[in-house]
Design a protein around this ligand. Structure first.
Ligand code: BGC
Length: 383
C-alpha cells in the first residue's frame, strides 16, 4: 500500500513537473512580446489620405510611438474616402480598441465617434478637429492660426510689403485648403490677419475672389481646394492665369500647403509670363520636395510642423487617458483665450493641445533636417 502511495506521489510529482514545464513552454511559445505581455491594449490609428506626404509619416510615427509605449497599434489610411474611414474605425471598435487616434476627412466621422463614445472608447482628434460632435474630449494639433500668420508674414517679407506703394502695388491671388477641414479656416484667417492691412492700404491687390476672412463663405468656397487635392489647385491656377490674372503679373500666391504650392508652381511654369520669375509662394508641411523648391528659389517659404513630435504627444495623451491620468504633454500648451476656438467642434469645446509651428525660408531650411525630420534617403535630395 505504502509502495503504491509512493508511486502515486512520485507520478504526481513528475506529472506536475511535466505540467509546469509544459505550461511554461506553452507560455513561452505564445508569450506575447513587449506590449502583449503587459495586457496589450489596442490603439486604433485612422489617417485620412496618402495624397499629402505627411499623413503616411504621421501614421507610421504614431504606430511606432504606440508600440514603444507598450500598446498594440493598428494603422489604416482612408485614401480620401470618408465611408472607408468609418469602416476602419468600426473595425477598431470591434477589435476592442481602448483609444482611437483620428485624423479625419470631414465631420462624417462624427457618427462612429458617437459609437466610440457609447463603448467608452476615448477618441483623440489628431491634427484636424472632428466637427459637429460632442462625443469626445481631446484634440491635439498645432497652433493653426499661427501657421497662417507665418504664411502671411512669409509673403509680407518675400514681397517687401512694408515698402510697397499704391502707385506700384503688388498682386496676389489666394488659395485655401479643403472646406471640409476645419484647419483650412484657421490657416486662411491667420494669413489674412497679416495681409488684410496691406490690401486695405491699397499696396496689395487681390486678383480673383477676395474673402477677407473665412466667414465670407461664398468667396471662401471659391478659393478653397476640395480634398486638398493638387490637381484641383493646378486647374484653378490655370484658369486664373487665363482669366482674372491674364492682364496682370502675379507677384504672390497664398498657398495653404506644400502639395498645393507645387501644383500652383507647375501651372505658373507653363505660362511664359512666369518663366523667368515665379510669384512668391507660401506653403506648409516642410515636405522634402518643397524644401528642394525653396532651396532652388521656386517656392518662397513653408511652415515646419514637427509631426514626429505631434505623434509622440498624441500617444503620450492616449497613454494618460488609457491609464486615467491627467495628461501632461511636453511641448504642447492647452489652448486658452482666443485660441480656445481651435477646439470648438460646433457642439462643444474639447481640450485642444497645441504645438508650435516654425516658418522656414531658404535661410533656415536646415531646421527640419537638423530636427531629424527626414530619413537619410530624403535628406539626400537636398544635396
Ligand atoms: C493639415 C496640413 C495638411 C493638410 C492636407 C491639414 O489638415 O494640417 O498639414 O497639409 O491637412 O493634408
Amino acid at each position: 500500500m505504502k509502495r503504491i502511495l509512493f508511486a502515486l506521489i512520485a507520478l504526481a510529482v513528475i506529472g506536475s513537473f511535466a505540467f509546469v514545464s509544459c505550461t511554461a513552454k506553452k507560455a513561452a511559445d505564445v508569450a506575447p512580446k513587449g506590449a502583449e505581455a503587459k495586457g496589450q491594449a489596442l490603439i486604433g490609428i485612422a489617417m485620412p489620405e496618402t495624397t499629402v506626404q505627411r499623413w503616411v509619416k504621421d501614421g507610421n510615427q504614431l504606430k511606432a510611438e504606440a508600440e514603444k509605449r507598450g500598446y498594440k497599434a493598428e494603422l489604416q489610411f482612408a485614401n480620401g474616402e470618408q465611408p472607408l474611414q468609418n469602416q476602419q474605425i468600426q473595425s477598431f471598435l470591434t477589435q476592442g480598441a481602448k483609444v482611437l487616434v483620428v485624423g479625419c476627412l470631414n465631420d462624417g466621422v462624427a457618427s462612429v465617434v458617437a459609437e466610440a463614445g457609447r463603448d467608452k472608447v476615448a477618441v483623440i482628434a489628431y491634427d484636424r478637429i472632428i466637427q459637429n460632435s460632442d462625443q469626445y474630449d481631446y484634440y491635439i494639433t498645432f497652433n493653426n492660426f499661427k501657421v497662417g500668420v507665418l504664411q502671411g508674414q512669409g509673403l509680407e517679407a518675400g514681397l517687401n510689403l512694408a515698402s510697397a506703394t499704391t502707385a506700384a502695388p503688388k498682386y496676389i491671388t489666394l488659395f485655401a485648403g479643403s472646406p471640409t477641414d476645419g484647419n483650412a479656416f484657421f490657416f486662411f484667417d491667420g494669413a489674412m490677419s497679416v495681409l488684410n492691412p496691406y490690401i486695405e492700404k491699397g499696396v496689395l491687390k487681390v486678383v480673383g475672389p477676395y474673402p477677407k476672412t473665412s466667414k465670407d463663405t461664398a468667396n471662401f468656397t471659391r478659393i478653397a481646394t476640395e480634398g486638398w487635392l493638387a490637381p484641383n489647385a493646378k486647374t484653378r491656377m490655370e484658369n486664373l492665369l487665363s482669366n482674372d490674372a491674364q492682364k496682370v503679373t502675379l507677384d504672390a500666391v497664398l498657398a495653404p500647403n506644400d502639395t498645393l504650392a507645387r501644383a500652383i508652381i507647375e501651372a505658373c511654369k507653363a505660362d511664359a509670363k512666369y518663366r523667368t520669375k515665379l510669384p512668391v509662394i507660401s506653403g506648409q508641411d516642410a515636405e522634402i520636395d518643397s524644401l528642394v523648391a525653396i532651396r532652388n528659389g521656386e517656392q518662397y517659404m513653408t511652415v515646419f510642423k514637427d509631426t514626429n513630435k505631434l505623434a509622440e504627444a498624441a500617444i503620450i495623451l492616449a497613454d494618460a487617458i488609457a491609464k486615467g491620468q491627467t495628461p501632461s504633454i511636453p511641448g504642447a500648451v492647452l489652448a486658452s483665450g482666443d485660441l480656445k476656438e481651435i477646439g470648438n467642434t460646433g457642439k462643444k469645446y474639447v481640450n485642444a493641445y497645441l504645438l508650435d509651428p516654425i516658418a522656414i525660408t531658404k535661410a533656415n531650411s536646415n531646421v527640419p533636417v537638423d530636427a531629424g525630420f527626414y530619413t537619410a534617403e530624403e535628406s539626400a535630395k537636398l544635396k
